[in-house]
Structure formats: C-alpha cells, structure tokens
Design a protein around this ligand. Structure first.
Ligand code: NAP
Length: 342
C-alpha cells in the first residue's frame, strides 16, 4: 500500500509499504479521509517532536476492514474516527486522570504510523464509532474539534460571556462554533484575511477585526474598541508571537487567556508579569484532547458543529507531500487527504 512517510526531519515522500495486519486489540482501518494539520508542518520542520521513520496523519476516519483477537466493541464495517493520543495509564499523570500529560504519551501519525496511508492500525481503545450516514470527510474533523473542546472547557465560558479568538484557521473556526454553543454572546474573530473573517461571521462570530489594520489591542480592548477593557476570554489559535503577546492585553481584568496555538519549543515572547498579576489574569495552556473525543464525534455526527465550509480542497497521497511541505495557500482552511480515492 502507499503511505506518506517521514524518513527524517525535512524528508517526506510517498512510499510503498506492507499493508499492516492487526494484532490483539487492534483494528485495520481503510482510511477514507485524513486532514492536514498545522502540526504536520511543524513535525516536518522539526519543530514538534516525532519518531521517524513514520507515516504521518493524525486526523483520520475510515472503515474497519479487519479486527485482531480480543476486539469486542467495534465490528468489521463500522466507521470510526481515531483519537491519536495514546497514554500509558500507569504513570503518575495518568493515575491522576491527566492522560494528555502522560509521561509516555505517543500519538498515531506522530510516533507511530498514521492516516496518510491507504490503511492504518488503530488500537481499539483509540477508536470512536461514527455513523455510516455521516459524510466521511466530516469524521476527520473529530480530532481537531476534540482539541478545541478541551480549550473551551478550560476557558469556562458562561452564557453571556464575551470571547476573542485570534487566528482564523481550522482551530479558530471550530472554536468560534464551540464558544457559541457554550453560550458566548459576543464572539470576535481576529484574522488578517477578509475571506476568513467573513466565514467566521457566517458560522458564529458576532464581529471580526483585521489585526493588520492598526493596533489590534486598541481595536478590540481600547476605549473606542469593540470590547472596551477587554474580553472575558481570549483564545489564541494562531500560534504566532504577535497573537501570543496580544492575548493577555485583550483580556479584561479577571479574564482568562487560553493558548491553543503551537509555537516551536524554545521560541520566546515578551510578557508583562505585572499586568498578569495586577489584573489577575488566568493564562492557561490547552494541550490535545483528554476525554473530549467522544463529545467531539457526537457534535460532528449531530451536525451541531458545521465543517463543510472548512474543507478547502481534497488531494490524493502524492499531492499530500506538497501540501504538507508548504504553508497553507491564501484562503485555505483545511486540506483533506483521500488516500483511497479513485
Ligand atoms: P492555521 O491554518 O495556520 O491557522 C492559523 C491562522 O492564524 C492562519 O489562518 C492566519 O490567518 C492566522 N494568523 C496568523 N498570524 C496572525 C495574526 N498576527 N493575527 C491574527 N491571526 C493570525 O493553523 P490551524 O490548523 O488552525 O492551527 C492553529 C494552531 O493550533 C497551530 O499552531 C496548531 O499547531 C495548533 N494546534 C494546537 C492543538 C492543541 O492541542 N493545542 C491542536 C491542534 C492544532 P490569516 O492569514 O487570516 O491571519
């Protein structure tokens, strides 16, 4: 079968490999769709730890084609979405229920073979069944949605809250919808591209700002801004220094900042500790998807979260290498890889 393999940092290509065979408690999944995530680009650039040689792709869904011995909760023919993050269950963090902080955390598509391939092996423990009636491309949004759900849970949004979301990629667009569902009444999207601002307003944002048109902090939290004094919650979804520094300045006193965006390990930004102390800000990191995958799958399956407009284009495995190796095209939200498309 064909698979997109990372041989080493910076070295990605399509290779022909053996079709895998499921072991005990494992599923063989025929991949229908697998999304290209910003993290795949960080992995290729060596900015996010992986374990090459490995097949990338951690946002996938597909049909169970075979099952190993001992599998009891999923049948052949079921459609599943995979939670890629595998925790050990034994370390102190796992035993305290913080599985995303597991000392031995590994992920399908990062440390072990993933979904940019015709087939993938998925442990039964990582599989979540979704309806066969669902559009297969939509199932591939369960993983990013589960990550956004964790961030929105941490933000503790209340009915009537005001929220600012920085960055109009897929993470920002899913977060907009979750904030609306959580009851926020003012939801501001800050992103530079006009098309993305329009889309954000179509799917739930009440306002949008263009941070390249002047001082974004003033536009938002200034005396004549959209939310004078700042927002109850600011969620950073861009992963760039500029928005990381803007986020605390856009929060009201006593407000919450959640960091979902990834900056490479070792990169630094300037912060003003006095401002965080004096205005009692809560600044929280949100890492992956602990116990949120089931809810995410249910929200996609029920149509509560809309993902159709977030798919910019679909490609095969050969083109996936070029997509992962380059920054997103202008206007692009999510590229979906279809490994088994004719
Ligand atoms: P993405 O497609 O790169 O989207 C980020 C967006 O940020 C871009 O579309 C860009 O849109 C906007 N942006 C860039 N500079 C900006 C600025 N100065 N002000 C406002 N907006 C700006 O990435 P994504 O897939 O949505 O992912 C977002 C981040 O989340 C990435 O760093 C990714 O690695 C991370 N992530 C984290 C988790 C987690 O568990 N925490 C899970 C998945 C992904 P414009 O050109 O319109 O500005």
């Amino acid at each position: 079968m064909k698979a997109v393999r990372l041989q080493s940092v910076g070295n990605l290509s399509v290779e022909t490999v053996e079709k895998p065979v499921p072991g005990p408690n494992e599923l063989l999944v025929k991949i229908e769709a697998c999304g290209v995530c910003g993290t795949d680009r960080h992995i290729l650039a060596g900015e996010f730890p992986s374990r090459p040689p490995v097949t990338l792709g951690h946002e996938f869904c597909g049909i169970v084609e075979a099952i190993g011995s001992g599998v009891s909760t999923v049948a052949i023919g079921a459609r599943i979405t995979g939670d890629p993050n595998i925790s050990c269950g034994l370390c102190p963090q796992c035993r305290n229920g913080r599985v995303n902080l597991c000392h031995n955390l590994k992920a399908i598509g990062i440390q072990q073979d993933g979904g940019f391939a015709e087939y993938a092996i998925v442990p039964e423990s990582q599989a979540y069944e979704i309806p066969l009636s669902l559009h297969p491309h939509h199932g591939a949004f369960c993983e990013p949605l589960a990550c956004c759900l964790h961030g929105v849970d941490m933000a503790e949004i209340k009915p009537g809250s005001s929220v600012v979301i920085l960055g109009g990629g897929v993470i920002g667009m899913l977060t907009v919808q979750l904030c609306k569902i959580a009851g926020a009444t003012t939801i501001v999207m800050s992103t530079r591209q006009a098309d993305k601002r329009h889309l954000a307003e179509e799917i739930g944002a009440t306002h949008s700002i263009d941070p390249s048109q002047g001082n974004a902090i003033e536009l938002l939290a200034g005396k004549n801004g959209l939310l004078p004094g700042g927002a109850d919650v600011v969620i950073e979804c861009a992963g760039v220094a500029e928005t990381m520094m803007e986020a605390p300045k856009m929060a009201r006193a006593g407000g919450t900042v959640v960091i979902l965006g990834v900056m490479a390990a070792g990169e630094k930004i300037e912060i003003e500790p006095f401002d965080i102390l004096f205005r009692e800000l809560r600044v929280l990191g949100s890492f992956v998807n602990p116990f949120t995958h089931r809810r995410a799958a249910d929200m996609i399956a029920s149509g509560a979260v809309k993902v159709d407009k977030l798919i910019s284009r679909t490609v095969g495995l050969e083109e996936a290498v070029e997509v992962i190796s380059n920054p997103p095209r202008r206007g692009e939200i999510r590229v979906m890889v279809l490994p088994n498309a004719e």
